[in-house]
Ligand binder design. Structure first.
Ligand code: GSH
Length: 207
């Protein structure tokens, strides 16, 4: 059975768990990271030299990096659904996965870290305010894109929605000045209709 190492409150692990649930793929999850440790052991680092989560073992095939893992599982088990069969739609899904990784997430990650994982007196609120503007600008771009479609590549849910869906959940539930992104909010509500998202990615409160 597919093995996944990683604590369930990590965004990068959530992408993989949500993807597996969409594909109705059985898996065994082993807690790793932060209070669970494991990720810094020599055994784990032999699989993933970065000492980060997630890592998967699919019948002896070891893979780390959450987005390649999502792409691999989607292509293997969801070609024509989660992984679009049409090369152009697939490139579009890939594009939005990379957009998540390069545009909102580098700014959203430190906001999340400050507000959720850092003691009140140690938070850098000036940084949070500055980065919130950058994430809001990215979310405005996404909002304009979603004005004309239900999901990032069109009317069908694909792997392209997985990282963005995880980021949108954090963005809309963090106590920050977001501005107005009604299409992003409608998208979040649409994702909440998916049992797999509710079970693995829309996990509140944020921890
Ligand atoms: N680019 C990597 C990043 C992995 C990463 O930064 N994982 C974090 C959790 S989200 C981690 O392992 N942190 C150390 C820990 O949890 O102990 C991916 O997408 O898989």
């Amino acid at each position: 059975m597919l093995k996944i190492w990683g604590r369930a409150n990590s965004i990068n692990v959530q992408k993989v768990l949500w993807c597996c649930a969409e594909l109705k793929l059985p898996f065994e999850r082993i807690d790793a990271g932060m209070k669970f440790g494991v990720n810094n052991t020599p055994e784990y680092k032999a699989m993933n030299p970065n000492g980060l989560i997630p890592t998967i073992d699919d019948d002896g095939f070891i893979l780390w990096e959450s987005q390649p893992i999502v792409r691999y599982l989607a292509r293997k088990h969801g070609l024509g659904t989660l992984c679009p069969a049409d090369p152009k739609t697939c490139a579009d899904a890939d594009r939005w996965m990379d957009w998540y990784a390069t545009t909102p997430w580098p700014h959203l990650q430190p906001i999340f870290w400050n507000l959720i994982r850092t003691a009140l007196e140690q938070r850098n609120m000036a940084l949070v305010a500055e980065l919130t503007k950058k994430v809001a600008a990215a979310m405005d771009t996404l909002d304009a894109h979603l004005a004309k479609r239900s999901y990032v590549t069109g009317e069908t849910f694909t792997m392209g929605d997985i990282p963005i869906g995880c980021a949108v959940m954090r963005w809309l539930n963090l106590p920050v000045e977001r501005g107005s992104q009604p299409n992003v909010e409608a998208y979040y509500k649409r994702l909440q209709q998916r049992p797999a998202y509710q079970q693995w990615a829309n996990v509140l409160p944020l921890t």
